[in-house]
Design a protein around this ligand. Structure first.
Ligand SMILES: Nc1nc2c(ncn2[C@@H]2O[C@H](COP(=O)(O)OP(=O)(O)OP(=O)(O)O)[C@@H](O)[C@H]2O)c(=O)[nH]1
Ligand SMILES: [Mg+2]
Length: 384
């Protein structure tokens, strides 16, 4: 139920505190109990007027990045010195992990001496100037650059996602006075453990965003989803070639579809709408256009896929045919699942997103949130 309430009226009244109610006062117990009841009513009202959104998706799909964007946009969050230092450490650790991961499997005998020296940094907490000098040498090597373009088929996918961006900026990042930019923060990676809650206010409404890493929690969280207004399912659309089960030829995108199927048919979510974010469109576009790995190698049905006629008219450039084909094919894989069992309150709304694109994401998420509030109102008045 939606509740507008008149919180201001209540908060303007002078309130007694527990300490002000002395034991010698015969009416103190009654007043204390009234105060507690009042607080409970207030909390209930705040709880009811908060819209709870559950952000779900597999590891590295982009949930935290979306939340970071929302915080930057709506909470006007400026980075404190402490947060800047934390982001700086995180980015440097991302680089350290990625360089080591790359060197463990990259070809090139000519690099062996540097490789041995750099691998010695695997278990250290901090990296020094010598590390960055050697890592820059390695990154200047064309064999390594070529190798990094193909890293999606090896382990450590999440940390390697934007690694070319960080390695290109390594000289600046290594400096003592380096301050991470907004984009640096958005492109860094730290895994979320457990369930993580963030509150943001859009106009008059408070949204409580709960990030759930489904790789860790599976579907257990759905048992506690009665009060969830909507589910935002974040899928890494560019992960069609990230092989996670070589024996079965399963990629991360196959796994994401399997998980989406189980959530869509979960009895606890039958009355919930799902907002599907087909994320990492920038990565998908780059990958498809590079022609390094074809979607049809992993999803043979793609070779027979025809773009819907209304989408053909949307095509801005003939060069985009294959990318458009891929993004709509992937969208349709999800929508086919959602068509199986939908009703007025169990709908799937899909969007193409790049979580690192502040303009695009800020507007989209704000519109989605407004839409959610409208639907809640319409449902409350039984119009929907
Ligand atoms: N280029 C690009 N990178 C993205 C995009 N979305 C997320 N990333 C990057 O992908 C990595 C993982 O993103 P997160 O937002 O941390 O993913 P998550 O879903 O919260 O991951 P877990 O907490 O492990 O479940 C980070 O390095 C992000 O910067 C995107 O649309 N484009
Ligand atoms: Mg996360």
């Amino acid at each position: 139920m939606w509740c507008c309430g008149n919180q201001q009226e209540e908060s303007e009244q002078e309130e007694p505190t527990m300490e002000s109610l002395s034991n010698s006062d015969p009416g103190s117990e009654r007043r204390a109990s009234k105060m507690i009841e009042k607080q409970i009513r207030k909390d209930k009202k705040a709880y009811r007027s908060t819209q709870r959104l559950q952000l779900v998706g597999l590891d590295g799909s982009g949930k935290t990045t979306l939340i970071r964007q929302m915080k930057l946009l709506h909470n006007n969050e400026l980075m404190s010195d402490r947060k800047q230092a934390k982001a700086r450490d995180l980015i440097r650790t991302n680089i350290q992990k990625a360089v080591i991961l790359i060197l463990k499997s990259a070809p090139g005998d000519h690099l062996n001496e540097t490789r041995t020296k750099l691998l010695a940094y695997e278990d250290t907490d901090k990296v020094d100037e010598a590390f960055y000098t050697m890592a820059s040498e390695v990154w200047a090597d064309s064999t390594i650059k070529e190798f990094v373009k193909h890293v999606e088929v090896r382990g450590g996918y999440e940390v390697l996602n934007n690694i070319d961006y960080f390695l290109d900026r390594m000289a600046a990042i290594a400096k003592a006075d380096y301050i991470p930019s907004r984009m640096d923060v958005l492109k860094s990676y730290t895994p979320t453990t457990g369930i993580f809650e963030t509150q943001i206010q859009i106009e008059q409404t408070v949204f409580s965003l709960h990030e759930v890493n489904c790789g860790q929690t599976g579907s257990r969280w759905t048992q506690y989803s009665q009060d969830v207004t909507a589910v935002i399912f974040v899928a890494d659309a560019s992960s069609y070639d990230v092989i996670i089960n070589p024996a079965k030829g399963l990629t991360l995108l196959h796994e994401t579809l399997i998980y989406f199927h189980s959530l869509w048919n979960d009895p606890n979510l039958k009355q919930k709408s799902v907002i599907l974010f087909l994320n990492k469109q920038d990565c998908l576009e780059k990958k498809i256009k590079s022609k390094r790995s074809h979607l049809s190698w992993f999803f043979p049905e793609f070779s027979k896929y025809k773009l819907p006629p209304n989408i053909v008219t949307e095509l801005d450039h003939p060069k985009n045919v294959e990318y458009f084909g891929a993004k709509y094919f992937i969208r349709d894989c999800f929508l086919q699942i959602a068509q199986e069992d939908c009703n007025m309150s169990h709908q799937c709304y899909s969007h193409f997103t790049s979580a690192i694109d502040t303009d695009n994401i800020g507007k989209l998420l704000t519109n989605c949130c407004r839409d959610i509030v409208q639907r809640v109102h319409l449902r409350m008045h039984e119009i929907l």
